[in-house]
Design a protein around this ligand. Structure first.
Ligand code: 5GP
Ligand code: MG
Length: 189
């Protein structure tokens, strides 16, 4: 698995520092006085946001429920979005709740554009969005998002939850893969 890495873009230490900063910001913005007695639901978009969510929420000391949605845009060996497809919905009851959608990465914006209206339709009191990574391309920069961890170059990345053909999610750092691996010629997973 490690032999397939081209370069480390963001180390696990930098990720950990950023997750703490994001959690502090989110905690401050969701204090009881700001929510008017409302409650919070965190909605990680599976599967990519799983590890980000697990680390983030353990640094947010407020009452919360977790909902789940599975959306796929990069099925199998795709490295460009094929359009966001809702595969499974375990949202729970979000009526009158303040929902924070978490995603690993903002690329075309299709995922957030697909999910956000569904949460409004389900009766949420408010909907905010948080991504760990945002690609430096116009369509991503023009997509509204409330919290962003890192802006990164417009490259295909894996690790810390992000996959290629469902592999590499367990890498602790965010990395690029060697071109031969993406071409499907060689994979040391
Ligand atoms: P969008 O819907 O904004 O185009 O892309 C968001 C989704 O596409 C993310 O949730 C993620 O699943 C996937 N994605 C986008 N860019 C990348 C990337 O560079 N690497 C990986 N592994 N997934 C990506
Ligand atoms: Mg995703």
């Amino acid at each position: 698995m490690y032999a397939d890495i081209d370069r480390i873009l963001i180390s696990h230490q930098r990720i950990a520092d950023k997750v703490q900063q994001l959690a502090a910001q989110i905690t401050a913005d969701h204090s009881p006085d700001k929510l008017n007695g409302g409650e919070v639901t965190i909605l990680p978009i599976m599967t990519g946001a799983m590890i980000f969510c697990a680390d983030l929420i353990r640094n947010i000391p407020i009452a919360m429920q977790i909902g789940l949605m599975t959306v796929s845009s990069y099925p199998g060996q795709s490295t460009r979005s094929q359009g966001a497809q809702l595969l499974a919905n375990r949202l729970g009851n979000v009526r009158n709740r303040h929902v924070l959608i978490l995603d690993d990465i903002l690329d075309s914006g299709g995922t957030l554009r697909a999910v956000t209206p569904l949460i409004h339709q389900a009766g949420a009191a408010s909907v905010k969005t948080c991504v760990l990574l945002r690609k430096d391309r116009p369509v991503a920069m023009q997509t509204h998002v409330d919290y962003v961890g890192f802006d990164i170059p417009d490259e295909f990345v894996v690790g810390y939850g992000l996959d290629y053909n469902d592999y590499y999610r367990n890498l602790p750092d965010i990395v690029t893969l060697r071109p031969q691996v993406l071409a499907g010629q060689k994979k040391n997973v």
